[in-house]
Design a protein around this ligand. Structure first.
Ligand SMILES: *Cc1c(COP(=O)(O)O)cnc(C)c1O
Ligand code: SF4
Length: 421
């Protein structure tokens, strides 16, 4: 099925790729068939996308070090005549992946150090990231977790669900669990049922999030059976990963609709990638099209400092420019937060244009997206006490505040570096 509004936006769709020209639609739409026929070696890639001998020599070493896999579906979206096409740049290894600069790290976000127990990254007070699985249907060249997802020599602890759940159970402050990887949906329904069921049974876990790029790279994996499984565990949020408007194909749209129609809200996280989505028009189109398939743009990430991906990095100003060009100019729903996940495990820091020009206790001075400067008078009454707050506090807000938030609410006058955590 083709959807008319998408036909214009992606002229490349349904390239007649030779190896799969005669594949019946039922097979094409079967995710197991797609995985079985994924291209995973340079030799197989060459049969589909002829490589100059010189180009092959340049990338062969990258293939030796890092994993490579792309399903026929994603290949069918590639432009055979444009080596810089967004699908190719995201999935096909490049020589520069082996170049490691002094500014790069194998684990830029210090996730390994922040692991409370193997596979549980507990960085923020009330939520954790669980890296439950290290395989993906497609290996994104810019992956921040290259060290264990892409690197063939990368070490990954066995996924001890018991250990993970023991940790979650013994930490009542954890109210939000993000199940990530790799790609969480590379696991079968049975394993997902087990994992989600165990975590859902922990009383203090209020919400779960499932992180998966599958709706973008292998949308046929979003079967009815899968969604019926996920649906059991509401409130569950689906965090997905589209980077380019051309990725929003009829298949991707069907996959997302199936998820959302079953009451699972979807959010998108995009990585800002040089030469792929590093222009305002592309990001704007992506964010607007995501809304048409009911996926809410959540974050745009500045590219991390993982080893070998500096060719994907953009100046930070580019991300600010993108937000400046979205906010006010298009639906507020289409405006994600631009964040830098700070090296060393400092977590996500939101970065954006400055709208607050000046402030006093009488007025704040603001500028809007058109550059119009206005002032907003402050109220005379500043006490913000609410009659219901005490009751809610008593019922047990498990919040433990860190950092400047503590200075605002505690008696403390100052904070020394060693008191930060
Ligand atoms: C991104 C991230 C989270 C979730 O952050 P939110 O801002 O709540 O989406 C949690 N833990 C880790 C380690 C993360 O990297
Ligand atoms: S899907 Fe996610 S975890 Fe897997 S390679 Fe891509 S960015 Fe990395």
């Amino acid at each position: 099925m083709r959807l008319p509004y998408l036909d214009n936006s992606n002229p490349l769709y349904y390239q007649k790729w030779l190896p799969w020209r005669d594949v019946p639609r039922e097979q094409w739409d079967d995710w197991k068939w797609q995985l079985q026929h994924s291209v995973t070696s340079i030799e197989a890639l060459e049969e589909i996308l002829p490589l100059e001998p010189e180009a092959k020599n340049r990338i062969v070493h990258t293939f030796k070090k890092y994993k490579f896999a792309v399903a026929p579906y994603y290949i069918s979206l590639m432009d055979p005549d444009n080596p810089q096409c967004p699908f190719r740049l995201q999935s096909i290894p490049q020589e520069s992946e082996l170049e490691v600069s002094g500014e790069e790290f194998s684990d830029p976000l210090n996730e390994d150090d922040d692991m409370a127990v193997p596979n549980v990254v507990h960085r923020y007070p009330d939520r954790v990231l669980v890296t439950i699985n290290s395989s993906c249907s497609m290996y994104c060249r810019f992956c921040t977790r290259r060290r264990f997802v892409l690197d063939k020599g990368g070490h990954k602890d066995r996924n001890e669900l018991e250990v993970i759940c023991d940790y979650l159970e013994s930490h009542p402050e954890i109210r939000d669990v993000i199940i990530s990887g790799g790609d969480a949906l590379m696991m079968g329904e049975k394993r997902l049922l087990e994992i989600l069921g165990r975590i859902r049974a922990i009383p203090h876990v209020e919400i779960m999030r499932l992180a998966s790029k599958i709706p973008c790279v292998l949308p046929m994996r979003i079967t009815d059976a899968l969604v019926q499984t996920l649906k059991i565990f509401k409130p569950l949020y689906f965090m997905t990963h589209f980077n380019h408007p051309y990725e929003i194909t009829p298949e991707a749209k069907l996959a997302c609709e199936r998820i959302v129609d079953n009451g699972i809200p979807m959010m998108n996280q995009t990585v800002l990638l040089r030469g792929i989505n590093s222009e305002v028009v592309i990001m704007k189109k992506l964010m607007q099209e995501l809304l048409t398939i009911r996926v809410k743009p959540y974050y745009i990430y500045q590219c991390d400092l993982s080893e070998g991906i500096s060719h994907f990095r953009t100046p930070v100003e580019k991300g600010i420019e993108i937000i400046e060009s979205l906010r006010g100019h298009t639906s507020g729903l289409a405006v994600p937060e631009f964040v830098i996940d700070t090296p060393g495990g400092g977590g996500k820091v939101p970065i954006g244009p400055q709208y607050l020009l000046s402030q006093s206790d009488k007025k704040v001075v603001l500028r809007n997206y058109e550059g119009i400067i206005s002032s907003y008078p402050q109220p005379k009454e500043t006490d913000c006490t609410c009659s219901t707050a005490e009751a809610i506090r008593e019922k047990g807000d498990r919040r433990v505040e860190h950092g400047p938030a503590r200075l605002l609410h505690d008696e403390a006058l100052s904070m020394k570096p060693h008191e930060m955590s």
